[in-house]
Design a protein. Structure first.
Length: 259
């Protein structure tokens, strides 16, 4: 390997050395870019699948509580026979129910884990049950039975609403746990690539030093031999030996000198 290297032209050795350093630098750079992209992809996925999901859940949960407030206010105004406010809060109730549907639709389009799918189906089932009770309460108010509507709201509807709240909470917790897992995996990936990058940097430094040493020695050793021979010739000693097994420029010069 060394003989092959020493037989290269000096310029070829220099180019070879630079090429090795460039290749190692390119590998380090490519690994750095890849690691950054991988970590970025992980955080993007976390944002899309967890942060956005949490936002949709938060909007849905808030809209659900507001719908509960609306139906309670409707029943209260039914007792007071305030038709204008009943009409207003019925419109608000429809608005909040629309927000619930929109939020849950958006949430369903995120990447749901198997546990999320099960809990999400439960949530939809409980919301449907709540809305069935909601329609009964609205009908009771329309039939001038606002007191019965209040009883329904304070008993059956409250029980269903508690279950809906629990489903929202469970989905929140699942997304928080998955977010933590994404962060943990991203940190592990970053650590692994950092170690690999450091290893390649050390390899690059070692390779650069080794190649530099070989190039330096391949030039300095023959030159030193010629200097010793030239000094001997200067004092009249013609018994000099400047043999070289290299075929590079300095080797050819030494062969010429030997003649």
């Amino acid at each position: 390997m060394k003989k092959w290297f020493y037989n290269l032209k000096i310029s070829a050795r220099m180019i070879f050395g630079y090429a090795i350093v460039i290749i190692i630098t390119a590998i380090v750079g490519a690994m750095g870019i890849f690691s950054v992209q991988k970590v970025n992809t992980a955080y993007t996925t976390m944002y899309q699948n967890n942060m956005m999901a949490l936002e949709y859940l938060e909007k849905g949960a808030v809209a659900f509580q507001r719908s509960r407030s609306c139906i309670a206010t409707i029943a209260l105004n039914g007792v007071n026979h305030n038709e204008e406010k009943i009409k207003y809060f019925l419109e608000r109730l429809d608005f909040h129910n629309g927000n619930i549907d929109e939020s849950l639709t958006n949430y369903s389009q995120t990447s749901l884990s198997p546990d999320e799918k099960v809990e999400f189906d439960n949530l939809n089932s409980h919301i449907k049950e709540f809305r069935d009770q909601l329609e009964k309460a609205k009908q009771l108010v329309a039939n001038k039975r606002a007191v019965d509507a209040q009883t329904l709201i304070e008993n059956q509807m409250r029980d269903v609403a508690t279950v809906v709240d629990a489903s929202f909470t469970q989905l929140f917790e699942l997304n928080v746990e998955m977010g933590k897992e994404y962060v943990h995996n991203s940190s592990q990936t970053a650590t692994i690539f950092t170690i690999l990058l450091c290893a390649f940097v050390l390899i690059g430094i070692g390779a650069a030093l080794r190649i530099g040493f070989l190039i330096s020695r391949s030039i300095s050793n023959p030159v030193n031999k010629m200097m010793v021979a030239a000094n001997k010739l200067a004092v009249g000693d013609i018994n000099v030996d400047v043999q070289s097994d290299s075929t590079d420029e300095i080797g050819l010069l030494m062969h010429s000198f030997e003649k």
